[in-house]
Design a protein around this ligand. Structure first.
Ligand code: BGC
Length: 246
């Protein structure tokens, strides 16, 4: 079955039709820069352009970087505050000509990794973290997702973890890989104390540079930490896959 997946991010909105059995894109992904300001109606226009590009009118899965409950956006840590309370499934469905399933961006990326990537066939507790502008999270027990975990807002040294250890913070503060790995280690150790996971998967753009920071991690236990395998496409694939699970 082929379903359209769309990944809404702070800088780009990307989509592609996905074979949800194999996790492969069946056409090259199409990307449009995120409109600024990223208000609901302008983002919906871009989503429509992506569906049009593929001449697609069926069920569509769409990610969003916030808590999403039954299609409604509940938080706005890194997006315009006007999104809070928006019934995004209904809004986008009017623009794409088919039913829409909304899912948190990190949950979508986690689903893709668990099904087709670094978490494939992994039982037990797996935590996926996406390190980008913010920190997204997804937690799984025996492959089943507990949605909207939001670990990036856990307090570390009195600050949201994403304000200390995201990729953006590394760049803004010009931290060395070692300095940044120390911050990431504190966060991983706290998650280990709280959830005793069997595996951490690190995703987001930074996962391409895993060899630069994974060796510098200082963990309290011999935790297994691996980088994500699906790279940039995880959100699109997870979004499309989540539609098929409804
Ligand atoms: C948001 C999450 C999102 C993450 C990554 C956080 O600030 O609260 O919902 O998954 O950023 O985009």
């Amino acid at each position: 079955m082929t379903l359209l997946g769309i990944d809404i991010g702070g800088t780009g909105i990307k989509g592609a039709p996905v074979n949800v059995e194999t996790g492969e894109l069946v056409a090259e992904r199409f990307r449009i820069p995120t409109p600024q300001p990223a208000l609901p109606e302008s983002v919906a226009d871009v989503v429509a352009q992506i569906a049009d590009h593929f001449k697609y009118k069926g069920p569509t899965g769409i990610t969003f970087p916030a808590v999403v409950k039954e299609g409604t956006i509940k938080t706005a840590a890194n997006v315009d505050a006007s999104w809070i309370g928006v019934q995004a499934e209904e809004l986008f469905a009017k623009h794409v000509g088919g039913p829409v399933t909304m899912i948190n961006d990190a949950d979508a990326a986690g689903i893709a990794e668990m099904r087709f990537g670094a978490g494939r066939d992994r039982k037990g507790i797996v935590i996926m973290l996406t390190l980008g502008t913010g920190i997204g999270s997804a937690i799984f027990l025996d492959g089943k997702l507990l949605p909207n975990s939001e670990f990036g807002h856990l307090k570390i040294r009195g600050q949201d973890a994403e304000k200390r250890a995201s990729e953006k913070v590394r760049e803004d503060k010009d931290l060395s890989w070692k300095q940044w790995a120390k911050r990431l280690s504190e966060f991983l150790n706290e998650l280990e104390r709280l959830f005793s996971p069997d595996l951490f998967i690190i995703g987001g753009g930074i996962s391409k540079k895993a060899d630069k920071f994974i060796p510098h991690l200082k963990l309290d236990t011999d935790l297994e930490v691996v980088s994500a395998q699906m790279r940039n496409e995880a959100g699109i694939i997870g979004a499309a896959h989540s539609v098929s699970q409804r």
